[in-house]
Design a protein around this ligand. Structure first.
Ligand SMILES: [Zn+2]
Length: 424
């Protein structure tokens, strides 16, 4: 029997100490633990391994992230589309997925015909592109989709939201001319940069080249790989090379982010592809009236919502900024007579898209404040006689446990300012 033993070595005692401290911190921040405490998501072996269920709090968090990105995509000229969840296997044969990725796909049969559950969203976007004739004036054309994909992962590889069998990619495909590749890649990197800055992530880039199992000619691969490197070089963006790490249909730039405790995570990716347009005979009419093949750029910035939310949860240790927090404000009325006032304020906050709840169960005031703080709600707002009379709120700072008063209008201004920080 061959036993594999993994080891890790440290240059000195100090680095070993740092490593152990990081491991300790990682344990505290484990997204599976925080996810359960905050009621974000759950798994159910009875229903199937690696299939996440999003609970109310997790759905609110995810929705906020989705909304931030919807706006960011539209601002950058992307159009939202949506393809079917399953497609005939013939489509997956044409794309090369059947041969190169088949072992990770789920297959089913309808009317005695084989279908494959999509492991990627590319074909849906290709078919939409092809539906109406396109000209050079339409390019670059950018489609995006929060695409649900299914991939077979070995049960031993599953790990919370980091490795699942069903997930949603923030996926986009850009159809463009070869001359437009460099500027499109640069625009994507700008997009990546704003997303990563929003969450205070440092990141690095890696250019991954042709893998062993691949489709397409070497010359086409060289052209696409050079296109990616040129875009980065022209803008003095540093990168490393991952030899043989590309997708089976094209080379890619992988984006690796560093979280608050120094761990690196692979999330986003940018891939240049000459192969799928050829296989699906994707064309546009050029200025000189000839038919030409566009290039396809596949890109995801978060990677998947599942994985990114796992990373975000550990990065923030569940203390999400206001613009992401599932419940953003919780009102704690001192007694029943203060509930109507809390309800009035709650309605006004809902109007500016703040998720506010009222905690008016029969628990003692102290217990309610403590529970609200445990839920990591950014603002715990206490309302009593004085607040009703002055139309104000008493806010508790969760970290310092200090309490301070603001007029309700001032509070609205503070919240709006913090919501605006979520714009990219
Ligand atoms: Zn794709």
């Amino acid at each position: 029997m061959l036993t594999r033993i993994y080891g890790i070595a440290f240059a000195d005692k100090e680095s070993l100490k740092d490593y152990l401290k990081m491991m300790e911190e990682a344990k505290k921040r484990d997204h599976r633990k925080i996810g359960a405490e905050m009621g974000l998501f759950m798994f159910d072996e009875e229903s199937g391994a690696g299939l996440p269920f999003w609970m109310p709090q997790g759905t609110k968090l995810r929705q906020k992230l989705e909304n931030i990105l919807h706006k960011a995509h539209r601002r950058r000229g992307y159009q939202q589309v949506r393809g079917p969840e399953i497609l005939k296997s013939d489509m997956w044969r044409t794309s090369g997925h059947y041969a190169c990725y088949g072992e990770n796909m789920y297959l089913t049969s309808i009317d005695e015909q084989e279908y494959g559950v999509k492991p990627m969203n590319c074909i849906g976007h290709i078919q939409i592109f092809k539906q109406t004739g396109k000209s050079y004036r339409d390019l670059p054309l950018k489609y995006y989709e929060y695409g649900v994909v299914h991939r077979h992962e070995k049960s031993g590889a599953l790990h919370g939201l980091l490795r699942v069998r069903e997930f949603t990619q923030d996926d986009a495909h850009i159809f463009c001319t070869p001359e437009q590749i460099a500027s499109e890649v640069i625009d994507i990197i700008e997009f990546v940069d704003s997303v990563m800055k929003l969450f205070n992530f440092d990141y690095t880039m890696e250019v991954a080249t042709k893998p062993e199992k691949a489709i397409g000619e070497d010359a086409v691969w060289d052209l696409a790989t050079q296109g990616l490197k040129d875009a980065l070089d022209e803008n003095n963006l540093p990168y490393t090379i991952d030899e043989g790490g590309g997708a089976f249909y094209g080379p890619k730039i992988d984006i690796k982010i560093t979280d608050a405790i120094g761990r690196k995570w692979q999330c986003g990716t940018v891939q240049v592809d000459f192969n799928l347009p050829e296989r699906f005979e994707v064309e546009y009419v050029d200025e000189d009236n000839t038919r030409k093949q566009p290039v396809m750029i596949h890109r995801a910035i978060l990677g998947s919502f599942e994985r990114f939310i796992a990373v975000l949860t550990e990065h923030y240790a569940g203390e999400f900024p206001l613009f992401l927090a599932p419940t953003q404000v919780i009102f704690v009325p001192i007694s029943d007579v203060h509930v109507p006032y809390a309800k009035k304020l709650q309605a006004q906050l809902m109007d500016i898209e703040i998720d506010a709840e009222i905690y008016d169960k029969n628990d003692s005031l102290n217990k309610r404040v403590r529970n609200a703080e445990k839920q990591r709600v950014p603002y715990v707002v206490i309302v009593g006689d004085e607040e009703v009379e002055k139309q104000s709120v008493a806010l508790r700072n969760r970290r310092t446990k200090e309490q301070y008063n603001l007029s309700f209008d001032e509070f609205m201004v503070e919240l709006t300012q913090q919501l605006n920080e979520g714009k990219i």
